[in-house]
Design a protein around this ligand. Structure first.
Ligand code: ATP
Ligand code: MN
Length: 145
């Protein structure tokens, strides 16, 4: 039922909590995990607006490398549990990229945090998780903060 898991992460504390549920899904028949981080285009646009070209390209490359190291760390933890793991780093708008990967790769469930980096107290859900729940065609497991 939960064989192929798509786990989009923004490396926030709530997403870390969601990762612990991805780990638990191994006992529920989980076999494969796709770890996805989206480098947010809106942040890149801000970066390019306030930096000169070489600086902004260096910062972007740093963001990519840092994301890769974080994903690699999670990959190793999941592999130790017996999961097959695929790492993906995308650039663009998180919602669009999450939905694109969910369609592209056969997935049985999306595991997502209820909130992410902003984690605003008054919000029932973050904007990414809200829209993923609305638009995804497969079940979404929302891990509360
Ligand atoms: P908002 O972004 O609307 O200010 P927020 O940051 O608190 O609110 P979301 O961004 O909706 O909340 O995050 C909810 C979950 O969505 C995260 O826990 C994570 O699983 C996923 N997510 C959010 N942003 C990304 C991203 N850039 N790449 C991959 N997954 C993401
Ligand atoms: Mn967010």
């Amino acid at each position: 039922m939960f064989e192929q898991i798509l786990f989009p992460t923004d490396f926030s504390d709530v997403a870390k909590k969601a990762l612990s549920f991805v780990k638990k899904l191994r006992e529920a028949g989980g076999r494969q995990v796709t770890l996805l981080h989206v480098i947010d285009q809106s942040n890149l646009d801000t970066l390019s607006a306030i930096n000169t070209v070489p600086d902004y390209l260096t910062i972007e490359k740093d963001m990519e490398e840092k994301a890769f190291r974080e994903l690699e760390f999670m990959e190793n933890e999941l592999k130790e549990l017996g999961y097959d793991v695929t790492i993906k780093i995308a650039k663009g708008f998180p919602l669009r990229e999450i939905l694109r990967v969910a369609e592209e790769k056969p997935s049985s469930v999306i595991v997502i945090g209820s909130h992410g980096k902003s984690n605003i107290q008054e919000m029932l859900l973050g904007s990414v998780s809200e829209k993923v729940i609305r638009k995804a065609k497969i079940p979404v497991l929302v891990v509360k903060r």
